[in-house]
Design a protein around this ligand. Structure first.
Ligand SMILES: [Zn+2]
Ligand SMILES: [Zn+2]
Length: 333
């Protein structure tokens, strides 16, 4: 099968790999679309460690089950022909204090798709069927792929803002363009922050229901009740804190961020909170994939071929597109 793998930090290569076979509890999935995530860039750049190379990245996978391994449990198994989504969370131990308290996203032994387990920048991929999800009908594979990380992590981050009414989104990329739609559906007001002077992204945010958009250096017309920082820039954390009303929260939604500069206690005082969001639980996935078609979430997708994966990653790095980039493997007919 054709695949794109990270051979070592900084080196991405198109390769031919032996077609994998599903083991007990696994399914073999023919990939039709796999979204690009900023985490893929962090993995390639070495900002997020890869335990073993080479690894095939890609953790926003949509595809069709082609082969089912021996059942590992007595749960009903997936069947060939089913369309499934495969997210970042690929396996958890089920027995640690995190797993046993509904926080499998924090499992010490968790294995992640496209970091620990070969992912979706390939014609075929293996997945533990307990971590595969049914997808809403009526949307193409390409449109659905960004829901599997940008949407899911964004949804989890949004949940951590509680009942916030005035929501700031810092970094208006793949995740924020989905979260803005969900937030509006929930009756929140959205304020979008982009790189200074990025007027096209500000216009994009306004088109998705943000009531205000501006550069991250500008002051919004009102205080915010919550902010989600998607951009991997630590200086945005104190910048967002300064915009918060008392009791507000800044949620850092990325897996990697540059150092956060020191800031005066004054801007945290008043029960303001800074926190991160890590990974996802399967419950998050079930909830979000049920909610998304009711919003309904529309993703703005820019497609690339498998051979163009490196181009897509560099386009993401340079901010050359709005919305989401997806690798189109073109196999669904
Ligand atoms: Zn665990
Ligand atoms: Zn991701």
């Amino acid at each position: 099968m054709r695949a794109v793998q990270i051979e070592r930090v900084g080196v991405l290569r198109s390769v031919e790999r032996v077609q994998p076979r599903p083991g007990p509890g696994q399914v073999l999935v023919r990939v039709s679309a796999c979204g690009i995530c900023r985490t893929d860039l962090h993995l390639l750049d070495g900002d997020v460690e890869i335990p073993h190379t080479p690894i095939i990245p890609g953790h926003q996978i949509v595809g069709t089950v082609t082969e089912v391994g021996e059942p590992a449990t007595d749960e009903p198994s997936l069947e060939p022909g089913m369309r499934v989504g495969i997210p970042w969370l690929g396996w958890t131990c089920g027995g640690c204090r995190y797993c046993l308290s509904g926080r499998e996203n924090l499992c010490d032994l968790a294995r992640f798709t496209g970091r620990d387990i070969d992912g979706g920048f390939a014609e075929l991929t293996l997945a533990d069927q307990r971590y595969c999800f049914a997808l809403p009908e009526g949307h193409s594979d390409l449109e659905l792929a960004p829901l599997l990380c940008a949407g899911l992590i964004g949804y989890r981050a949004l949940g951590m803002t509680g009942e916030s009414e005035r929501l700031g989104l810092f970094g208006f990329g793949s995740s924020a363009h989905i979260v803005a739609q969900v937030a509006r559906f929930q009756g929140r007001r959205v304020f979008a922050f982009t790189r200074p002077g990025d007027e096209s992204t500000q216009a994009f945010a306004l088109s998705l229901g943000a009531e205000w958009a501006g550069g991250s250096e500008t002051t919004p017309p009102e205080e915010l009740d919550a902010a989600i920082v998607f951009a991997p820039a630590g200086e945005l954390v104190p910048a967002a804190l300064r915009m918060l009303a008392k009791g507000g929260v800044v949620v850092c939604a990325g897996i990697h961020m540059s150092d956060i500069p020191s800031f005066p206690y004054d801007i945290l005082w008043g029960e303001r909170v800074v926190r991160s969001v890590a990974n996802l639980t399967r419950q998050d996935a079930r909830e979000f994939l049920e909610l998304a078609p009711r919003v309904p979430v529309r993703t703005d997708v820019h497609s690339y071929t498998l051979e163009e994966t490196a181009v897509a990653l560099e386009d993401l790095r340079a901010g050359r597109f709005e919305g989401s980039a997806v690798i189109d493997l073109g196999t669904r007919t």
